[in-house]
Write a protein that binds this ligand. Structure first.
Ligand SMILES: Nc1ncnc2c1ncn2[C@@H]1O[C@H](COP(=O)(O)OP(=O)(O)OP(=O)(O)O)[C@@H](O)[C@H]1O
Length: 229
């Protein structure tokens, strides 16, 4: 699913955090927003995820003008098409790993067998197999981040929004997150990331330095040939 922002302006407390910003996220591609702290990466991510309204410009989702969608239509987009991987994990600490992975897809009468198999497979992919019943509050930061990834995998979303997904993780977990985001793009998702992580930026197909031009990474036969933004 395409997400396109055109000529976006966001003004917060009299300051133009974004001014005339345009960007296009396409299926099958990882797109990173980069730039110094405070340049508006999170704000733009939230605009594309329909979490923040704009003061100017337009947002198109799957070819439709979503700029003024009401809460009901935005909620439908979040439930049917989007997955969010946030730095603060966005988990319910007092609930189990399984509950958090299934969150928002939970049928009224609880989990059915089909869901349990999908949850176990997502937990397997993030190295948390057999941990479904544990309470999230007992997990480490890296483990919580991986529960967030498992939830995004379980959703198999059309668009993945990731805000600083590798911040405060160790190398193994950073690599896991990077691989996950690349795999989701390879599956056909549009993957949109706000990050300071140079390794993650290099692994993305396209980077947008806020306030400047889009840099498209040439698709190299051998990724080791290098790329610099
Ligand atoms: N709710 C808010 N109230 C006041 N100012 C805000 C609010 N949200 C964002 N801002 C300001 O907007 C600017 C952009 O914030 P944003 O979080 O998008 O930047 P960022 O590039 O993601 O920064 P970082 O890399 O530090 O996460 C900052 O100057 C921030 O202080």
């Amino acid at each position: 699913m395409d997400i396109k922002a055109e000529n976006i302006t966001v003004t917060i407390e009299g300051k133009d955090v974004l001014k005339g910003q345009s960007v296009h996220a396409t299926p099958g591609e990882t797109l990173a927003f980069v730039g110094p702290s405070g340049c508006g990466k999170t704000t733009l991510l939230n605009v594309l995820g329909l979490l923040r309204r704009v003061d100017g410009g337009q947002v198109h989702v799957g070819g439709r003008d979503a700029t003024r969608w009401d809460d009901r239509r935005r909620r439908r987009f979040w439930q049917q098409h989007a997955a969010f991987v946030f730095q603060d994990y966005g988990l319910i600490d007092e609930e189990s790993v399984e509950y958090n992975v299934a969150l928002s897809q939970m049928p009224i009468f609880g989990l059915v067998k089909r869901h349990r198999a999908g949850i176990e497979s997502a937990l397997d992919r993030v190295g948390l197999v057999g941990r479904a019943g544990e309470k999230v509050s007992t997990l480490s930061g890296g483990e919580k981040q991986r529960v967030g990834l498992a939830r995004a995998m379980f959703r198999s979303a059309d668009v993945i929004f990731a805000d600083e997904p590798t911040a405060s993780l160790d190398l193994d977990n950073r690599n896991l997150v990077t691989l996950f985001l690349q795999e989701e793009a390879a599956r056909g998702a549009a993957v949109i990331i706000a990050t300071h992580d140079e390794a993650l930026i290099k692994a993305c197909d396209v980077s947008l330095r806020l306030g400047s031009a889009v840099v498209a990474k040439p698709r190299l036969a051998n990724p080791a040939e290098g790329y610099s933004d």
